[in-house]
Write a protein that binds this ligand. Structure first.
Ligand code: ADP
Ligand code: MG
Length: 242
């Protein structure tokens, strides 16, 4: 398994947000964490990313226990639902941000950094069909364009895993459908192991290779969209996906 969570428990002031959560995801797959609001999806992503820590249980990435590894060392890219772009930075600077931080840590000279950043940003602008928009500010972009910038920014440092928390939530219904298809294509082209959170069953069914259904901090079922649809394991799953 490329990403694995084993018996993860997490409580917030007596509230159990994760209750013995276990699942595994194979390399290169696109998995969805699907469940109602408050079922613990974001908590799972944050613990995987190292933005929060479990009370007990183990998290493995590519076979290595990462429980104590800080977020910056986990090789994870994160896309948030509200884009979280830097408003006073251009598209270019937004995309370059994480990679530039990495290059500074590696003590690369300004000239070397500029060469690497120009090439990588150019590649990502093409990948996300944002060519020509690199000098714009987030306020001058549509919702779909902003989300593509967020996606490019997360990919820039070449993460091993991409996590997306309700990436389409702030986008209107029509564009959301287009963006879904786009995201699926993009992720398969890049070949990166990805986990995305959604409370929308159609979105999960359409986009993912594997679905992990959460309810009250527990995993209710893990399976392909087909398995979830034809063989719901619990009454909750049956109700939720119908
Ligand atoms: P989801 O993403 O599925 O909507 P979350 O993982 O955000 O669910 O939250 C699960 C539960 O844990 C919610 O009831 C939420 O209020 C609670 N929770 C999440 N983060 C915190 C926190 N930092 N402090 C207190 N409670 C939290
Ligand atoms: Mg959430």
């Amino acid at each position: 398994m490329y990403v694995e969570m084993k018996n993860i428990n997490k409580t917030f002031n007596n509230f159990q947000a994760s209750n013995m959560v276990s699942f595994g995801i194979e390399e290169g797959t696109l998995a969805a964490l699907l469940g109602p609001s408050g079922s613990g999806k974001t908590t799972i992503l944050r613990m995987l990313a190292g933005l929060d820590y479990p009370d007990s249980g183990e998290i493995y990435i590519n076979g290595t226990l990462v429980n104590k590894l800080p977020a910056s060392k986990r090789g994870i890219g994160f896309v948030f639902q509200n884009y979280a772009l830097f408003r006073y930075m251009t598209v270019y600077d937004n995309i370059a941000f994480g990679l530039e931080t990495q290059l500074k840590k590696q003590k690369k000279s300004r000239k070397e950094r500029k060469e690497i950043l120009d090439a990588r940003v150019d590649e990502l602008l093409k990948l996300t069909s944002l060519e020509g928009l690199e000098k714009r500010y987030p306020g001058q972009l549509s919702g779909g364009q902003k989300q593509r910038v967020a996606f490019a920014r997360a990919l820039a440092p070449n993460p091993q895993i991409l996590l997306l928390d309700e990436p389409f939530a702030a986008i209107d219904a029509k564009v959301r459908k287009e963006l879904r298809t786009w995201l699926k294509e993009m992720i398969s082209r890049v070949g990166i192991t990805s986990i995305f959170v959604t409370h929308d069953q159609d979105e999960a069914m359409e986009v993912s290779d594997q679905i992990i259904i959460t309810n009250h901090g527990r995993v209710e079922q893990i399976g392909t969209p087909e398995e979830i649809k034809t063989k719901p394991a619990t009454d909750f799953v049956k109700d939720f996906i119908s």
